[in-house]
Design a protein around this ligand. Structure first.
Ligand code: ADP
Ligand code: MG
Length: 736
């Protein structure tokens, strides 16, 4: 039941609060029966393909999907026909290529199946070429200079590894999006390339242990955090509407101090919303498993069972759009911004990442015998090396304007990458480092080491300690990357992780081969390289409190970069090391990296620009007029006192006079900041280079916004509550 508000005034804020008077949980009657009865009913899954395709075509498609190979163009027509029949049977009228342009959203342009014949009749048509490739007018998608607008051609091409699905009445075909020259204009293309890279390298390393592994896939299990606010309150705040976060607002006396929201009973309105969006998600095959209240008031989380990386990313984007769509039915607005409210926790999207084989083995989980444990260790130390070699790039992959407000805020890890391995693994790594000699190894010591390594699983089960302050933590059978922001496409961190891992694995294999070539036995060679990687990656391992100031100092000493300036973080994409990494594994070319860099800096610049305009607009049109109204009220009051008690003004109106002075000082400063803001922007807009301009916006405009905000928040504490035009934090964050 919503909290009931009674109010009689007529400001925007009061009107918004009035809307709450009649809020009830919106009834949602879910589908009868078990979820498994309708799970993925709107997805063209393998079992549906089997039904709608001929045996021969089905076998070919299945082999291509499972083997990660191309689908032969010659069967595309038959696949398209089967897909069309299935989709139309389920009520679809349109189809679209569904892709992920570089603006962090998804894109779709619907075409009807309908085709008029020449006799006044019509029929439904769809064929292989429409399935395989489309040519959307790409001129308005960000391309970072990869595609001139006059040559606006871009292609979307079917990604058979992610199944087609029906949203509303449209058949959506997951696709990549590339330029005329084949350069990636999206997230999916490099994600698929990075998956291929890590597959190649991991299979090679697996071959050191046994030959049956022919395919390795990275898995992703994301945890999506979000805020919900009542739609009326949302609509009353221009900052939330236009920037996704509040640019002003004094913290409420009570927010998350008592930890009474985390894992608390889910409010009824929210529960109905969750049930409805989850049902939609299940129909789309998104395997949601977990839902709970998060730490901040109005904050929640949901997480699915992990899936193959590419599908998990698609499912995350799908879920976000489903949530956006369902929320208004419950008079709610869902916020994915990383930091919608200052002073309470922000929202992340933890990415749980692991690698598994086509033989059913999780390569980041300890095995059942010494041999499989050595393989586990090999993969484990490769992750350490990837983090040590490319930590700054990994952090840069999650850098964004929104996330910069969250990282390092005593709620999320700082913007410096370290790895938490847990006490068991930490001890194991130290003992390996000590017990394996860099040069000679006796048969006895070899056996002893293997026995020791063989014990990992026994000591590790139920023993995976948690360290919530680490950005990258080993949690028993996977690594949890906690820095990604809630609104971002988590493909980017996955692309970087997969590629960095591919690089480590390739190096691992090369090093073992080199030792073997020198006459070392394979198992000894493997142990030695494991040791070498442990030693070489020591700087990135940190078991302590990642939120502490001491750690930041220590990290700096270790040479780990902390990117607190977003515009600087983006430069990691273009370092010599990063370019070499991405190009050598054929994940992103130099031009593609430059394009991403350009898009990211430009987006950063635009977001700060929009925020600074909004805050100045709100200061001038909402806050200052309110302050003046209240000032006048006080002035009248002081005048009245003077009239009645001419000799006692200073005594009787002392408080009012003091408040008047405070308001005058604050409004003055607000006016000054507003003028300064415009001047700074004018000056900075003359800077030609976008990256340079973005950096200076971040360094000059953002701090000015903060000081402006401080004055406004101080005013909020002084001005009569009835006058205050904006819905307050204590109202937005307490009314579900
Ligand atoms: P917690 O909040 O304790 O970290 P959650 O249950 O919220 O755990 O989320 C855990 C996520 O990790 C889920 O998405 C889950 O599917 C995922 N996960 C579990 N095992 C693996 C694995 N081997 N590889 C990748 N992700 C995994
Ligand atoms: Mg978690």
């Amino acid at each position: 039941m919503a909290v009931k508000f009674k109010n009689t005034m007529n400001s925007t804020r009061q009107r918004a609060l009035s809307a709450l008077e009649s809020r009830e949980a919106v009834a949602f009657k879910g589908r009868e029966g078990k979820i498994s009865d309708y799970f993925a009913c709107n997805v063209f899954t393998l079992d549906k393909m089997e039904k709608y395709l001929s045996r021969d075509v089905f076998q070919k498609v299945k082999a291509a999907i499972e083997g990660g190979t191309r689908i032969d163009r010659s069967i595309a027509d038959q696949v398209a026909e089967g897909m069309k029949i299935w989709a139309i049977e389920r009520g679809a009228t349109h189809y679209t290529h569904w892709f992920q342009p570089l603006n962090e959203l998804t894109a779709e342009k619907h075409d009807a199946f309908l085709e008029p014949d020449m006799n006044g009749g019509s029929f439904e048509s769809f064929n292989g070429s429409l399935l395989v490739q489309q040519e959307p007018d790409a001129s308005s998608f960000p391309s970072g200079g990869l595609r001139n607008t006059f040559e606006a051609r871009g292609y979307s091409a079917w990604d058979p590894s992610s199944p087609a699905f029906i949203m509303d009445r449209t058949l959506c075909i997951p696709s990549i999006f590339i330029s005329y020259n084949g350069e990636a204009l999206d997230f999916k293309t490099p994600l698929l390339r990075s998956m291929a890279a890590v597959d190649r390298a991991a299979v090679e390393v697996c071959s050191l242990f046994n030959k049956d592994v022919t395919r390795v896939v990275p898995n992703l299990g994301w945890e999506q955090e979000y805020f919900l606010v009542d739609e009326a309150l949302f609509a009353s705040r221009p900052d939330l509407m236009q920037t996704g976060r509040t640019l002003m607002g004094h913290t409420a006396a009570k927010d998350q101090q008592l930890d009474d929201h985390y894992w608390g009973a889910i409010p009824e309105r929210v529960m109905r919303f969750m049930e409805e969006f989850e049902e939609e998600a299940y129909k789309l095959g998104v395997p949601i498993k977990t839902r709970h209240n998060e730490a901040a008031p109005n904050q929640f989380e949901c997480a699915p069972k992990y899936e193959e990386c590419n599908i998990a990313v698609d499912h995350n984007l799908l879920l976000m759009s489903v949530m956006r769509k369902i929320a208004p039915k419950h008079h709610l607005k869902v916020l994915f911004h990383e930091k919608p409210f200052a002073g309470v926790n922000g929202s992340g999207k933890h990415c749980n990442w692991s690698l598994s084989t086509d033989t059913g083995v999780n390569l980041l989980a300890p095995g059942k015998n010494p041999k499989s444990n050595i393989r586990f260790l090999a993969f484990f130390v490769c992750v350490l090396k990837a983090a040590a070699d490319h930590g700054s790039l990994i952090m840069a992959s999650v850098a964004s304007q929104g996330n910069s407000h969250r990282l390092g805020g005593n709620e999320a890890p700082p913007a410096v990458l370290s790895v938490f391995t847990g006490a068991t693994m930490d001890a194991m790594l130290h003992s390996i480092e000590k017990s394996i000699s860099a040069d000679k190894m006796t048969p006895e010591s070899k056996t002893a080491i293997k026995l020791h390594i063989g014990k990992i699983p026994e000591i590790m089960f139920d023993n995976t300690d948690r360290n919530r302050t680490s950005p990258f933590a080993f949690t028993g059978n996977r690594f949890e990357f906690r820095a990604p922001g809630a609104s971002s496409n988590c493909a980017m961190p996955m692309i970087v992780l997969n590629t960095a891992m591919a690089d480590s694995l390739e190096q691992f294999k090369k090093d073992v081969d080199a030792l073997e070539a020198k006459g070392e036995k394979k198992d000894v060679a493997v142990l030695k390289v494991i040791r070498k990687f442990i030693v070489g990656s020591a700087k990135v391992r940190f078991e302590g409190n990642g939120y502490s100031a001491e750690w930041l100092a220590e990290a700096a000493k270790r040479g780990l970069k902390a990117h607190t300036v977003t515009a600087e973080a983006f430069k990691e994409y273009l370092t010599k090391d990063s370019v070499a990494l991405f190009t050598s594994h054929k994940v992103l070319s130099k031009a593609e990296l430059e394009a991403r860099y350009e898009i990211k800096t430009e987006t950063l610049l635009k977001k700060i620009q929009i925020e600074s305009r909004v805050i100045v607009d709100m200061a001038s049109n909402h806050i200052i007029p309110t302050a003046i109204k209240y000032q006048n009220l006080l002035i009248d009051n002081v005048r009245g006192i003077k009239e009645i008690f001419p000799d006692k003004v200073e005594e009787y109106a002392a408080k009012e006079i003091e408040t008047l002075a405070k308001i005058a000082a604050l409004t003055n400063r607000i006016n000054e900041s507003a003028v300064a803001m415009t001047n700074i922007r004018k000056r900075l807009n003359k800077i030609e280079s976008i990256p340079e301009r973005a950096l200076r916006y971040e360094q000059e405009v953002s701090p000015n916004m903060l000081s402006l905000r401080k004055c406004i928040d101080d005013l909020e504490m002084i001005v009569d509550d009835e006058f205050w035009p904006l819905v307050k934090y204590r109202e937005i964050l307490a009314t579900l």
